[in-house]
Design a binder for this molecule. Structure first.
Ligand code: GN1
Ligand code: MG
Length: 364
């Protein structure tokens, strides 16, 4: 069966047979494969869920069901109109399952395509402010999710201690024989290791709670409408318990970088403090009411932490021989590592300014 016929057969499991269905690749995630599906009765997103990374698809899809149902309920209570564009809608299979496993063992899901929406890879302060409000609202709406805690779809996903352990194992094993060329960078990572494990330490001391986090607060995971108003937050695979400083920090890492995540020209890279300030203001506008002093005091640290964590993750994958992230060329993970490290250095240089900005935003 050709690739397109295979995709059509998978789509038919969810929406039935449609000879004229159109399926085209969509987006540029590092993990899943996404397609836009246009059929006679609607537009959808089809995704192959990467089950090498998300090992329990059943629990993952159940998380997304709980999260989207809860948000939908909140939006209804608030009298919000056009709810179908304000929260993702999972389309079940004809057997009423939330995913489909094909004959080769791959896992698939279908969601409604959010019409007239767009995302940005680069933003301005106004959009950052709106995105900050959106992620603040997202955490707030989920703060009273009833029932069991959400499943950790990737165990220890934003746990720095665990990430460093994996990094050190990779260094020891030196599987791809790449260690000689990167020894200087290994030292830079180790020099900061203790500081960067501060969140886990605070948590053990009972000073930093876990809440429901998005855990992939990239700029392009916020959808905007044609008037640049926020529609909703997407990419819910990693919604799980975590520290709010992680979500704050990952947005700054991706949204307040004047360069690209994999910029080859390190001179392009620095923290954009206007974006930082706008995001902090928007986020705290919606989140200040439920955050503790310790959580607020550590938001700026979160920007350093998530950038450091991403440096370690790309670096680990490079040392391992590129087994996790999709790469476009052989040195890609090293380029990403160096670019993230440069951003970290810029965050370090601007750290006191960032803390001051957060304090002022929280006082408003
Ligand atoms: C991955 O594929 P994407 O863009 O959704 C990764 C994030 C990283 C990011 C780095 C499940 O996200 O944690 O921050 O790449 N997602 C997973 O760009 O590992
Ligand atoms: Mg993602």
């Amino acid at each position: 069966m050709g690739e397109m016929n295979k995709l059509k057969e998978i789509v038919s499991q969810f929406i039935g047979e449609d000879a004229n269905v159109e399926i085209k690749p969509l987006g540029k995630g590092h993990i899943n494969d996404s397609y836009k599906v246009v059929s006679g009765d609607g537009e959808y997103v089809l995704q192959r869920i990467n089950h090498h990374i998300f090992k329990n698809i059943h629990e993952l899809q159940d998380n997304i069901r709980r999260v989207t149902e809860h948000i939908r309920k909140k939006l209804k209570e608030q009298g919000v109109t056009g709810i179908d564009r304000r929260v993702l809608t999972l389309i079940p299979t004809r057997e009423r399952a939330l995913y489909y496993r094909d004959a080769t063992g791959d896992y698939w899901r279908v969601m409604d395509f959010i019409k007239e929406s767009k995302s940005y890879d680069d933003i301005n302060p106004e959009l950052a402010y709106r995105a900050g409000m959106a992620f603040g609202d997202f955490q707030k709406m989920l703060a009273d999710l009833p029932g069991e805690p959400l499943f950790e779809t990737i165990p220890n996903f934003h746990n720095m201690e665990a990430r460093l352990e994996t990094f050190r194992e990779a260094v020891k094993a030196n599987k791809a024989g790449r260690l000689d060329e990167v020894a200087g960078l290994v030292k830079e990572i180790e020099d900061r290791a203790e500081e960067m494990c501060k969140a886990e330490k605070l948590h053990r001391e009972g000073k930093l709670p876990k809440r429901i986090n998005h855990c992939d607060t990239k700029v392009n995971n916020v959808l905007f409408d044609n008037d640049d108003q926020v529609l909703c937050v997407v990419d819910l695979d990693t919604v799980m318990p975590g520290y709010v400083l992680s979500d704050f920090g990952d947005f700054i890492r991706t949204g307040a970088n004047t360069g690209a995540e994999d910029d080859k020209n390190l001179d392009n890279i620095s923290v954009d403090l206007d974006i930082f300030e706008a995001y902090a203001k928007g986020y705290l506008k919606n989140a200040a009411s439920f955050l503790s002093g310790v959580e607020i005091e550590n938001l700026a640290f979160g920007a350093k932490l998530l950038t450091y964590m991403q440096t370690v993750r790309f670096f680990t994958d490079y040392i391992d021989g590129d087994t996790y992230y999709k790469i476009a060329y052989p040195e890609h993970n090293l380029v990403r590592t160096e670019a993230q490290f440069r951003l970290l250095q810029s965050l370090e240089e601007n750290f006191e300014k960032m803390r001051q900005i957060v304090r002022e935003a929280a006082a408003q």
